[in-house]
Design a protein around this ligand. Structure first.
Ligand code: AVJ
Length: 323
């Protein structure tokens, strides 16, 4: 057995920020009701997401991987030698293996909110790449990014794959990129995967797969609220719904209440009309120039962009500018 060493950094502090319970209750007490998509990723949710990535309808993962493979020589050239690679939302850390194998990376930092999942996948990386210094930071990067101690900010390349940036509204994505740029030295690279606007039927089927895995992934949130927060909430009371909102250029994922119901948590009660939903995720879709403009407003300039022949997905190499 190979016991691989990783450097673990816990950045999920709860002192200054609302806890999950407070944040969830605030969302469910709003109109319309919502819950942040980051809560979809407990251990079970992270595993279900890995299954989604394999689905025939879910084109982003395999398309992004194919683009990465093709672009790798150019990416290696842009990243230069001895880079430190930071991966945001590292999940199973599968795609980053392509980068680790082609780039000359000395140090890797995986950042993810799902602690056990993060630890087991970064341990596997450390075992498979014994020459690599592996760090894992359990963090909610939607609140900002901070480099843990021991990570040299020299020659940083940040990898933000999967179009996770699409979970932010464009305004929040811009703020997020600004906060990221502030913790990077000028000239740092950002390799970011961005899902493209396309035929609505293709988009909608990617979030409504025939096997119902995406529905499971969405409904798993309710199990989590019951088990971790003590809500008297049952997944049987809700159904999965996902559709493309053309005006906003985003896929929306909801959990629709099948009936009138009142949920309670301690002294709080939350009422649902029949058909009323909890909005659980947005997944924004961009055009290439649209995303470049957004990144530009946040102080990142485009160096290179790659996309597949069908125009499904794009990968951008951006450089942080000094302003
Ligand atoms: C991980 C946010 C990129 O929006 O496509 C997949 C999550 N949700 N199926 C996406 C997701 C439903 C995914 N991201």
């Amino acid at each position: 057995m190979n016991i691989a060493e990783i450097h673990f950094h816990n950045q999920l502090s709860e002192d200054n920020f609302p806890t999950m319970a407070q944040e969830v209750i605030a969302g469910l007490s709003s109109r319309p009701k919502y819950c942040s998509p980051k809560y979809l990723y407990d251990q079970k949710g992270s595993e279900l997401f890995e299954k989604i990535c394999e689905l025939p309808e879910y084109y982003p993962t395999r398309t992004e991987e194919a683009i990465l493979r093709q672009a790798m020589p150019e990416i290696a050239e842009l990243a230069g030698k001895d880079a430190t690679l930071v991966e945001l939302g590292s999940g199973a850390s599968r795609k980053v293996r392509l980068l680790l194998e082609s780039l000359s990376v000395r140090c890797y930092l995986g950042v993810d909110i799902s602690r056990d999942f993060l630890v087991s996948s970064t341990r596997r990386l450390a075992a498979d790449y014994p020459w690599l210094e592996v760090h894992a930071a359990c963090a909610d990067f939607t609140r900002g990014v901070a480099l843990p101690e021991g990570i040299s900010p020299k020659r940083l390349v940040t990898f933000f794959p999967g179009s996770s940036i699409g979970n932010f509204t464009p305004e929040a994505a811009e703020r997020f990129l600004i906060s990221l740029r502030r913790c990077l030295p000028t000239g740092s690279g950002l390799l970011v995967g961005v899902d493209l606007l396309k035929d609505h039927a293709i988009l909608e089927s990617a979030y409504n797969d025939a096997d119902g895995i995406t529905a499971e992934f969405n409904l798993n949130l309710l199990d989590r609220l019951r088990k971790e927060l003590g809500f008297d909430i049952e997944r049987e009371g809700f159904s999965h719904r996902a559709f493309f909102n053309e005006r906003q250029s985003r896929i929306e994922m909801h959990l629709d209440s099948r009936d009138f119901q009142v949920l309670s948590l301690n002294t709080k009660s939350i009422r649902f009309r029949k058909g009323e939903s909890i909005h659980t995720e947005n997944s924004y879709k961009y055009s290439i120039p649209g995303f470049q403009r957004l990144a530009g407003r946040a102080g990142f300039s485009s160096r290179r962009v790659w996309f597949d022949d069908d125009g499904l997905f794009s990968i951008h190499y951006l450089i942080s500018s000094s302003r």
